[in-house]
Design a protein around this ligand. Structure first.
Ligand SMILES: Cc1cc2nc3c(=O)[nH]c(=O)nc-3n(C[C@H](O)[C@H](O)[C@H](O)COP(=O)(O)O)c2cc1C
Length: 204
């Protein structure tokens, strides 16, 4: 099938988020100026540069995560393992400002090292970030859309020793959870390796 986006898909549910999948989940923790803490999952999340290491998440409309981060310029991105999937989902509740999703979902808020935001103590890794940009992406007509993209530079990295095998991060141990479409999620239980090809000049 093919559909012109503006004409609609004609399917029971929008297929796009099921197509652009699996998406990693950035479990974003932040603290407001007045000291309230916040935690919420964002699957519009990724790493976009290595040196410096930049990560981004995108909020569809302004939510507490964005307003807290606007106030302080700092946030942490925690990564979700399969055993934390239910707790992660619980933190997506639309709780009023001032209610800690850490408490609501029974998670432990630990201090970060380089920034003042809390982190999820149970997470297999946390990236401590300082904000570099907060802006709304534009559509093809140059109009700003309702989404707000937050980019941060990673200044500190926590890794649980439990997910290391011979010094390498072992995703079969971490079992990261990713977002698929609809109500579906996946976690990594198997991996395989490939090596990038080198161009053979003698092959012409
Ligand atoms: C797995 C998962 C991924 C999500 N990804 C996003 C996302 O990328 N962008 C977004 O705006 N909301 C996303 N949400 C919804 C937010 O988590 C939800 O609106 C939450 O209440 C926002 O919290 P906050 O207001 O404390 O920031 C997601 C929810 C779940 C369960």
């Amino acid at each position: 099938m093919f559909y012109k986006y503006e004409d609609g898909h004609g399917l029971p549910h929008d297929p796009l988020k099921a197509i652009v999948a699996p998406r990693p989940i950035g479990w974003i923790s932040s603290r407001s100026k007045d000291g309230s803490v916040n935690l919420a999952p964002y699957s519009f999340f990724n790493m976009i540069s290595t040196r410096p290491c930049l990560i981004m998440f995108c909020s569809e409309g302004s939510k507490d995560s964005v307003s807290f981060i606007e106030e302080t310029g700092e946030f942490a991105a925690n990564l979700v393992s399969a055993n934390l999937a239910v707790a992660m989902n619980a933190t997506s509740v639309t709780a009023p400002r001032g209610i800690s999703e850490f408490e609501y979902s029974g998670l432990t808020a630990a201090d970060c090292t380089m920034i003042n935001a809390p982190r999820v103590a149970e997470a297999f890794s946390t990236l401590e970030c300082i904000v570099t940009e907060i802006r709304s992406p534009k559509d093809r007509h140059g109009n700003a859309v309702a989404a707000i993209m937050v980019t941060g530079e990673v200044v500190g990295v926590h890794i649980s020793e439990e997910i290391l095998t011979d010094g390498l991060v072992d995703m079969t141990k971490a079992q990261p959870v990713s977002r698929l479409g609809y109500m579906d999620f996946a976690s990594v239980s198997e991996t395989f390796q490939m090596f990038r090809p080198r161009w053979d000049v003698s092959a012409g």
